[in-house]
Design a protein. Structure first.
Length: 337
């Protein structure tokens, strides 16, 4: 009986060891998964108008130590027209950016930007990134997810050398209209905005969108946007831009008496803004991108400041709030909201 018991115990030990080995083998894929390579993807800007050629920059960044990635596919699955193209690549921290090339393949429903390197050793290292400027003409309003896939191989081949996306995939919102004649009107759920301009450089982009900005103190459900459209024209021209919030939106708020609603401006250059206490805040420099509430033109004049964007008039028309903004000549149009 003891011998049988010993044999039974010996069998149990063998079974236990086998189970331990099996458990170790089962756990191996999880460990391998933990050792995967990762990257992040982003896009700028995140909002573009429909019906006009636009350029976005897709940034792919390596966040895996001691590993390079050397190829990628970026998929734009959205309605578009014309022929998309890729500009000169930007590698902020990769000396071998010249070793990269980018081409575009397209179909009726999408186009794919194919990034390739001359060798895997000249790819994007840990903490490095590559910026891919993509120009195309979106045609239909909507929010679209920009897909991406990244590999360590330089020709996007093979299996088991994929990088995994860390975080969510970037999204691109197509909305708004391009203004080429004055006045220009766009409508959202609550707000109808009108932009009037006397002279301009290039075109203006106008959109009425959900209020996701924190620049203005009033909390309104939608805001009017006049965004910059880059122009090949090197001349400058001043603008008088009228922003209008309709009666429905104006009456939805208790602070709808004397017109005072702030106008926020964003531009790729420096300008004066108004502090929360009404003081004038000078720009850090003429070339620093700036965002903030615009001061009244009268306040700038009293301080002896000229040639700056400002609000020249606030008024109401049939209970609708209006603001007139004066913008000095600049080859780039600003953004108001």
């Amino acid at each position: 009986m003891r011998a049988r018991r010993r044999r039974h115990l010996g069998t149990a030990v063998v079974v236990g060891v086998a189970a331990l080995v099996a458990a170790t083998l089962v756990g191996a894929p999880a460990s391998a998964q933990a050792a995967k390579k990762f990257y992040t993807a982003s896009i700028s800007p995140t909002n573009v108008p429909a019906g006009a050629q636009t350029t976005v920059q897709v940034t792919l960044s390596n966040i895996t130590a001691n590993q390079y990635f050397a190829s990628a596919n970026i998929t734009f699955a959205l309605p578009y027209s014309g022929t998309p193209n890729v500009g000169a690549l930007i590698c902020p921290s990769v000396p071998a950016c010249a070793d990269f090339s980018a081409t575009v393949t397209s179909s009726a429903s999408q186009f794919v930007v194919q990034l390739r390197s001359s060798s895997s050793s000249s790819g994007v290292p840990d903490s490095g990134s590559v910026v891919i400027p993509v120009s195309f003409t979106p045609t239909t309003d909507g929010t679209y997810t920009i897909g991406s896939a990244v590999k360590q191989s330089n020709d996007f081949s093979g299996s088991g050398n994929d990088f995994l996306l860390s975080g969510s995939a970037p999204q691109l919102t197509v909305a708004g209209i391009v203004c080429t004649a004055s006045p220009c009107t766009d409508s959202g759920v609550h707000t109808s905005g009108t932009v009037a301009f006397d002279t301009r450089v290039g075109s203006l982009f106008m959109n009425v969108a959900p209020n996701s900005e924190a620049c203005v103190s009033e909390t309104r459900p939608e805001y009017v946007v006049v965004d910059q459209m880059l122009s090949s024209d090197s001349t400058t021209g001043s603008k008088s831009v009228e922003l209008a919030w309709d009666k429905q939106t104006t009456n939805a708020y208790t602070d709808n008496g004397t017109p005072h609603w702030e106008v926020c401006m964003s531009a790729p250059y420096g300008f004066y803004t108004e502090g929360s206490d009404g003081t004038l805040l000078p720009p850090q420099s003429e070339t620093s991108p700036t965002q903030g509430p615009l001061p009244l033109c009268s306040a700038l004049a009293a301080a002896g400041v000229s040639d700056q964007p400002c609000i020249s008039d606030l008024f109401k028309v049939k209970a609708a709030q209006h603001a007139i903004v004066q913008v000095p000549g600049n080859p780039q149009d600003p953004k108001f909201f």
